[in-house]
Design a protein. Structure first.
Length: 340
């Protein structure tokens, strides 16, 4: 389960049991099971789109999506061989897999930018990330072990002003001199609905926190035994994401809403708009090499930052955590508008 997706844990338990798939003829399509790390939402939209509009089927795949949830651990199902692919939260999960000799490999990065943000109230005089230092900072336990360590090493933040964030925005709303963690695709929307004001948003990726996010993982044995299937799943998923972000995504959204009624039309539209506005899915390397793009240089840069921050050990062979074999081919790029 993604450490940053706990915000809807109390209401999502029943939804994790649902699965979805395109009806297909077993004799002609390869069956594939893909586990997400949270309940259905716009941040997973390209995968649902590829199921709903038949893209996976066109690539010879009968894909079943198994949503995650607060009581689910789809990554363990991947490791145990029960599912074929898994959606990991970010690059740190990949590094952790190497450190613990877990035989999984990242094969694509859907999000070029991690959606992690810090929110402040409109009257707070915050124009850059350093302006957060004097504020009370609501940060989760997982955040303290990851991006906050980078804030300390890169920008000199101190833990003295940090308070626990329990995925409830009310303490932030009540304190005008505070900042709260969140995802750019959801928490600002929730705060505006609850408090009646639009919070200021600082996207950590724009200040150097350059982890990839929403990764596709599989086991090493799947790559070795079924490389063609892996390539087709990656290619079809990228086409699904182009269609979801830039084209008619009504089919994908209908599937998401069926699985997760909390995903209203307003929230889905907001999430997609913010992914486009901030280049979450399509920016940087993906503009040249296609959605899902990864690079050795980007991995090395983030690894060095995490070593400096004390999050990972310097002797970790981070290159074992990923492969560029299946990405950077520009698959689906023709679906991008001329001005994304």
């Amino acid at each position: 389960m993604s450490p940053f997706h706990l915000r809807r844990a109390l209401t999502a338990g029943l939804m994790a049991a649902f699965v979805c798939s395109v009806p297909a003829r077993a004799e002609t399509l390869d069956k594939v099971t893909f586990g997400t790390n949270w309940v259905a939402e716009a941040e997973h939209g390209g995968f649902f789109q590829a199921v709903a509009d038949g893209t996976y089927k066109k690539y010879g795949l009968d894909v079943t999506i198994v949503p995650g949830g607060p009581n689910e651990n789809n990554r363990m199902l991947l490791i145990a061989g029960k599912i074929d692919f898994f959606m990991a939260a970010n690059t740190l999960m990949s590094f952790d897999a190497v450190a613990n000799n877990v035989p999984v490999v990242t094969i694509a990065a859907i999000f070029q930018k991690d959606p992690q943000v810090m929110l402040t109230q409109p009257d707070a005089k915050v124009g850059k990330i350093e302006d957060l230092k004097p504020l009370t900072l609501f940060v989760s336990k997982e955040g303290m072990g990851s991006y906050f360590q980078w804030l300390k090493s890169e920008y000199g933040f101190n833990e003295k002003n940090v308070r626990p964030y329990n995925f409830n925005p009310q303490p932030f709303i009540a304190n005008p001199k505070s900042a709260m963690q969140g995802y750019v695709t959801s928490e600002p929307f929730a705060v505006e609905k609850a408090a009646g004001f639009k919070p200021n948003v600082l996207l950590l990726a724009d200040y150097g926190f350059n982890t990839y996010s929403t990764l596709i993982e599989t086991r090493r044995d799947v790559i070795e035994k079924k490389p063609d299937l892996v390539q087709r799943f990656v290619d079809a998923s990228m086409v699904g994401w182009y269609n979801y972000i830039y084209r008619d995504n009504s089919a994908g959204n209908a599937m998401i809403k069926k699985l997760n009624p909390e995903m209203t039309d307003d929230l889905l539209a907001y999430s997609v708009a913010k992914m486009k506005e901030h280049g979450i899915v399509d920016s940087g390397d993906s503009l040249k090499n296609g959605i899902g793009a990864m690079s050795d240089e980007r991995y090395a840069s983030f690894f060095n930052k995490m070593v400096k921050a004390g999050v990972v050990k310097s002797d970790l062979d981070f290159r074992k955590s990923y492969t560029l074999r299946f990405v950077n081919k520009g698959v689906g790029a023709e679906l991008r508008p001329s001005k994304p």
